[in-house]
Ligand binder design. Structure first.
Ligand code: PDD
Length: 283
């Protein structure tokens, strides 16, 4: 397992970062997770666009352009030399005074972690995972917009803690209106009578890159896809449920709150989308 960490353009084997960085003190940072295919970053342009959009949403000026990130990624991936890599790009507010005011931070820190991919076990895809609809609500869009990918993930961490206690592998959250939103690090889809449903962006979710591609693949393959608002209870009526994300890809859900979803096995629509997405990535 080789891990390399790029800190503001310099590659290290290990990195210690200042406790005065506001990323550490306040979660004042933005980030992206990117996977590789044939050790090349996958959908990198989309991830970099979202990174810059997230930074802009929190008034964080990144002192480099997308090209710089591409170059740094290439050198860091070469230095790591893994077969496939997990990439985490983090931009923090940087070092400042120990108070909430970001104007005391004068230079963002850019950290690119490249490590060997650790994929979910095959059994997650063969059998599906257990999820719980948790009581923790997804952040409101007018508080900390879930469509801004900041390093402040405590909302999601708390949902995960609750699902751990419930013996589930992941959590699904509703928003303050009780509408379905997303998983802790993934987007949510469900299937009923052969049609595909997914919470719309205005429910307060991250506009996932995998979500966008899966919607497109579904439509191209003749499925009806509806983006909308549904109460949490709607999920218990689903024939199939699946999650999407850069690392999870298309992951089937077999159980919701301890009860089987449909047959309790990955359903035909989910299986088809898993194959289509895999084919798109690997050909
Ligand atoms: N998370 N929703 C949330 C809250 C997420 O954190 C993520 C991604 C997604 C899916 O987005 P995408 O398809 O662009 O990966 C949805 C990454 C993988 C993470 O934080 O590890």
């Amino acid at each position: 397992m080789t891990t390399k960490i790029n800190f503001n353009g310099q590659i290290h084997d290990e990195l210690n970062i200042s406790v005065l960085d506001h990323g550490f003190l306040f979660g004042d940072s933005v980030y992206e997770v990117v996977c590789t295919i044939k050790n090349q970053p996958c959908f990198l342009d989309k991830h970099l666009c979202r990174l810059f959009a997230s930074a802009s949403a929190i008034s964080l000026d990144i002192p480099h352009d997308k090209q710089w990130f591409q170059e740094q990624l290439n050198t860091t991936l070469s230095a790591a030399g893994n077969l496939e890599s997990y990439i985490r790009i983090i931009v923090t507010r940087g070092i400042g005074e120990v108070n909430i005011d970001p104007s005391t931070c004068h230079r963002p820190n850019i950290i690119i972690i490249v490590m060997e991919t650790s994929e979910y076990p095959e059994s997650c895809y063969e059998k599906g995972i257990h999820v719980a609809l948790v009581s923790i609500k997804r952040n409101s869009r007018d508080a900390l917009n879930p469509n801004v990918k900041t390093g402040n993930y405590l909302n999601n961490v708390l949902a995960k803690v609750e699902s751990n206690k419930l013996g589930a592998q992941d959590a699904i959250m509703v928003n303050s209106l009780g509408h379905l939103t997303e998983g802790t690090t993934s987007n949510l889809f469900f299937v009923r009578d052969g049609h595909i449903f997914t919470p719309s962006l205005d429910c307060g979710i991250l506009s996932g890159i995998t979500r966008e591609i899966v919607i497109q693949l579904s439509k191209e393959n003749g499925f009806r896809v509806e983006e909308g608002k549904w109460p949490g209870e709607e999920l218990s009526e689903a024939d199939e449920i699946f999650l999407t994300g850069t690392i999870k890809k298309v992951m089937p859900v077999s159980h919701l709150d301890g009860r089987p979803v449909g047959s309790g096995k990955p359903g035909p629509v989910t299986l088809k989308l898993m194959r289509l997405y895999e084919f798109l990535l690997k050909g």
